[in-house]
Design a protein around this ligand. Structure first.
Ligand code: HSE
Length: 300
């Protein structure tokens, strides 16, 4: 049996929702998988010259994890990966790899594991639940982790909003972007974020996107990460001046994500120009929200 899985890129945090919110975007990695003796991995696209093609490959590790969780013996798998999510840019490439492997493994076994079980496995492997929840469920996901238990809810997002990702050519490691975070934050900064993350969800739920302008600020991670991305405030200012409701660090960076209620063309151009002025190369890409999450089908 051979299965095919498509899994979306994701943008975590959305400003104030650190380790909580995730948004699935219409950019997909694809995995073809079948059982085999030993592991082989063919890779096209992003990371093709760099990613491991052995059992160390994260997609292959995801397949193996699904077999172990289902109590089935893993002998190996033959994978064909088509990668479109840029790696190490804050767009969930690692979450896409874990989720792609787990969903492929589960599909090869006849789907004995529930989506919630896959979520718990993926969140533990990834270290935080926000990207993997959005990659699995699609839409805007809210997730919380209590020890090994992860609860996630996927919400619809108003179709009128447009999402512009500014993707610099430089890469950044999530571990490094988490290492700059403090062990504790001032109480009033925690309150600031609680207000904004609640307002963010309320404004989407109530169909009042203008309130997003006040909801997309953060004091839990972005201020600390500025030292890694010192050009960020200029790009955020340029995006807002060109009409964006807000502009946030996408996941752990370096990409930025702007949300726009009207024409997104000037916003994309302004963000690119501001990045260029800072002496950095990169490009803006416009995405819709993926509503399906990871999808598997049997292909033979
Ligand atoms: N919430 C995580 C972080 C996302 O900001 O570190 C990493 O993709």
């Amino acid at each position: 049996m051979r299965v095919h899985v498509s899994v979306p890129a994701t943008s975590a945090n959305l400003g104030p929702g650190f380790d909580t919110l995730g948004l699935a975007l219409t950019l997909y990695n694809e995995v073809g998988a079948s059982e085999a003796e030993g592991v082989s991995v063919a890779i096209e696209g992003e990371g093709a010259t760099r990613l491991p093609r052995s059992a160390d490959n994260v997609v292959a590790r995801g397949v193996k994890l699904a077999y172990e969780a289902a109590g089935r013996r893993f002998t190996g798998c033959a994978l064909e990966c088509t990668n479109r999510v840029p790696a190490a840019r804050g767009l969930g490439s690692s979450a896409a790899a874990w989720v792609g492997g787990l969903v492929a493994g589960n599909a090869l076994l006849g789907s004995p594991l529930t989506k919630d079980a896959l979520l718990a496995l993926a969140a533990r492997a990834e270290g935080h639940p926000d990207n993997v929840a959005a990659a699995l469920f699609g839409g805007l996901t809210v997730s919380s982790a209590s020890g090994p238990t992860v609860t996630a809810v996927s919400l619809p997002v108003p179709a009128g909003l447009r999402w512009v990702a500014l993707i610099p050519e430089v890469t950044s490691a999530t571990a490094q972007a988490r290492a700059v975070l403090p062990a504790s934050v001032p109480y009033h900064d925690a309150v600031f974020n609680v207000q904004r993350v609640a307002l963010l969800l309320a404004s989407l739920w109530a169909g009042r996107p203008a309130a997003l302008a006040a909801a997309l600020e953060d004091r839990l991670h972005e201020p600390y990460r500025l030292r890694l991305f010192p050009w960020m405030p200029e790009v955020v200012r340029a995006a807002r001046a060109a009409g964006a409701l807000g502009c946030v660090l996408s996941g752990a960076g370096p990409s930025l994500l702007a949300v726009v209620a009207g024409d997104d063309t000037p916003v994309a151009a302004a963000m690119e120009a501001a990045l260029r002025r800072a002496g950095m190369a990169g490009a803006a890409r416009r995405f819709d929200v993926d509503t399906a999450g990871a999808v598997s089908r049997v292909i033979g």
